[in-house]
Ligand binder design. Structure first.
Ligand code: UDP
Length: 365
């Protein structure tokens, strides 16, 4: 009944719901040799679960989504709290009283607010028009210079003045001594990992890996009444309006003969000179006690054909191009587009699941 292209969280959720509620016969295919999309994790030789496509911390305010994922896994109590390393100075993230204290020596929220207000006024910002202005207006010039400018430049390959303000608004700014990176009611990492969790979603679904949908789409379309496509939307239309831009990341992973390398799961290197954006020490996601540790240095780059697309570049130019692809997608009979790549949207995992549950309710019920 249904062919689903892409075994990431969008496709998996649609598949699971379609099987459970409609008894549909569902076939899910993926070009990769594994399921789980970028949430995929695997056990390394050192016995550490590796987040192969970068750190994934599940967090949500949506109780229905939380209950949904808890059907397939139990979650641990991991709370994301990365630290920033700026030329050897360590700052707590997200931006909170610990950060302000380390940066300026301020102790009270009123002192921190006064400092930020002073820096915002000196920069002359009233209505922030881009990421730089938004950042300075939220946390002042010093934090922008030390913790945002270099990191964002590396991550996006563009200056902060050319990036949309919403990207920095993903991070909370708090005037409490609270290092929890997310404002979310529910947070954690599935015990046993994401791959084990998504395997539990697949009961009754046929999975075919290493299948390139776009190379064989007529034959695959002929199998089903409906297609759910979660690959890049521009690739689906053979880039006929031009290519959308994506950021890709690559990881250098190594096993170290120490039980604790950096004391935290994620350390962001926020200066412009260090070539990687962050180092992930995977064992800390699950409070691992293995004698060795595995770390991944994360490098960001502009996507080019052959790379994995990770992040849509949601600036004005790409937004306008996506709007044109969206029209084509809406007019495509029998195909539902979804997920980070199918909708060209900087989705978090919970939002992907929420969107997939909506689609099922609307289109497949
Ligand atoms: N950011 C930053 N410094 C940091 C962490 C994040 O400037 O130490 C900015 C950067 O522009 C980044 C954005 O905040 O793209 C959003 O960060 P988030 O952690 O949400 O990114 P993700 O984990 O999705 O890569």
């Amino acid at each position: 009944d249904l062919v689903i292209v892409g075994a990431g969280l969008f496709g998996l959720t649609v598949a699971q719901q379609a099987v459970e509620h409609t008894g549909a016969r569902v076939h899910i295919i993926d070009i990769r040799d594994h399921i789980g999309g970028n949430a995929y994790d695997r056990l390394d030789g050192a016995g550490v679960l590796i987040h192969q496509y970068g750190p994934h911390i599940f967090h949500t305010n949506n109780k229905a989504v939380w209950q949904y994922v808890n059907q397939f896994a139990e979650f641990n109590r991991y709370t994301n709290s990365p630290v920033a390393n700026y030329h050897g100075e360590i700052y707590n993230l997200p931006f909170n009283m610990n950060t302000f204290n380390r940066m300026w020596g301020v102790v009270t929220p009123a002192e921190a607010k006064a400092k930020i207000e002073q820096q915002r006024a000196e920069a002359g910002i009233t209505e922030p028009k881009n990421l730089e202005e938004q950042a300075i207006s939220l946390v002042g010039t010093d934090i922008y210079e030390k913790l945002i400018k270099g990191y964002t430049g590396k991550q996006w390959g563009r200056p902060c003045t050319e990036l949309p303000a919403f990207i920095i608004k993903r991070l909370p700014v708090r005037f409490t001594y609270d290092d929890n990176y997310f404002n979310a009611l529910y947070q954690g990492i599935p015990n046993g990992g994401y791959t084990a969790m998504v395997e539990n979603m697949l009961e009754g679904t046929e999975v075919r890996l290493n299948v390139d949908y776009l190379a064989d789409r007529e034959a695959l379309n002929a199998l089903a009444d409906k297609v759910v496509y979660t690959g890049p939307v521009d690739a689906y239309f053979d880039y006929r309006l031009g290519a959308l831009q994506y950021r890709s990341v690559r990881f250098e992973t190594e096993t170290l003969d120490t039980d604790n390398y950096q004391g935290n799961a994620v350390v962001n290197y926020t200066d412009a000179e260090t070539p990687y954006t962050r180092i992930i020490e995977h064992k800390h996601f699950e409070f691992g006690t293995q004698p060795k540790t595995v770390i991944s240095r994360e490098y960001s780059a502009e996507w080019k054909p052959g790379d994995e697309p990770y992040y849509p570049v949601n600036d004005e130019k790409n937004g306008a191009l996506y709007a044109e692809y969206r029209k084509l997608a809406d007019a495509e009979p029998g195909v539902i587009f979804g997920g980070r790549l199918g909708e060209y949207k900087y989705y978090d995992m919970d939002k992907v699941i929420e969107a997939a549950l909506d689609v099922v309710g609307r289109e497949l019920a």
